[in-house]
Write a protein that binds this ligand. Structure first.
Ligand SMILES: [Zn+2]
Length: 287
């Protein structure tokens, strides 16, 4: 046994930084390794491996059959955690705060990219990478899908409320506002109705009338029931038949901004819907 290896087998000082194996040992190891080469798999071995993986359920790319999927879903359906299991989970979570980002982490995260700019060299590289490439453009199909999904989400007043909370107090910069307004002005707007909104409102459609309608509607959005107080702005007064000259109270209804926005689609449906709503209201009051 070479010097330096304690007899009790505990390595002390071996492989520490800077340790150099004695020449004698190095020679012995290299001798022992002569003829031992890393060989690629033989043809026979590869054939065997391929055979093993053929039909292997767990190999890459395997998909459950529809039949199996049905079975699995059946198995999981109706499986609930046992009371014992639930109790254990509850016990384990006792006193534990829900996951929370600490102030320190938040600061770190926000600071990580602050004031960091790509170097001129990196910028040059990046621009070269994108040279000749088309800018990414969402297909109409994807855009439509997102929009549909968003509509579904925004139908839920709970979600709308959450979004409002998120944006509360956050202000776009003047520059951003200018850009946004420019981007959506007039014919560029997805709400463009061929210049209809430039039709003058009927003379009577003033703040006094709007105030009356809001009061009649208990200052709540007649679609989602949110109160003006919670909104932080005055409810919109919507023309049910979209005719801005028709300022008959039974053609006017109070809506929050989100609900009012929705009325820009499927106009006919909304007209019918709100007419019915107002009609029912009048009937209840009259009876
Ligand atoms: Zn609403």
């Amino acid at each position: 046994m070479p010097k330096g290896i304690p007899k009790n087998g505990v390595n002390r000082g071996w492989f520490k930084k800077g340790y150099k194996m004695p020449k004698k040992i190095r020679e012995q190891i290299s001798k022992a390794l002569i003829g031992v080469k890393k060989r690629p798999f033989t043809f026979e071995h590869r054939r065997k491996l391929s055979k093993i993986h053929k039909g292997n359920k767990y190999a890459l790319g395997y998909r459950h059959t529809e039949e199996t999927k049905r079975k699995l879903s059946k198995i999981w359906k109706g499986k609930h955690l046992s009371e014992e299991h639930k109790r254990k989970i509850k016990e384990a979570l006792k006193g534990k705060k829900p996951y929370e980002i600490t102030e320190r982490t938040r600061q770190k995260m926000s600071g990580a990219h602050k004031n960091k700019r790509h170097s001129e060299k990196t910028k040059e590289k990046m621009s070269k990478t994108h040279e000749g490439k088309k800018p990414y453009k969402m297909t109409t199909k994807i855009r439509k899908k997102i929009s549909e999904g968003m509509k579904q989400v925004m139908k839920n007043p709970e979600n709308r409320k959450r979004l409002r909370e998120t944006w509360k107090g956050k202000k776009h910069s003047e520059e951003t506002k200018e850009k946004m307004s420019e981007a959506h002005r007039g014919e560029k707007s997805y709400l463009w109705q061929g210049g209809k909104s430039f039709e003058p409102y009927g003379i009577e459609f003033n703040n006094q009338l709007k105030g009356k309608i809001r009061k009649r509607d208990n200052c709540t959005c007649q679609e989602c029931d949110i109160n003006q107080k919670d909104l932080g702005y005055k409810l919109h007064v919507h023309h049910v038949d979209y005719n801005k000259k028709n300022n008959n109270p039974d053609n006017l209804i109070s809506l929050c901004r989100s609900c009012h926005l929705q009325t820009n689609f499927k106009r006919e449906d909304w007209t019918n819907y709100f007419s019915q709503k107002l009609w029912n209201k009048i009937k209840i009051k009259g009876s």
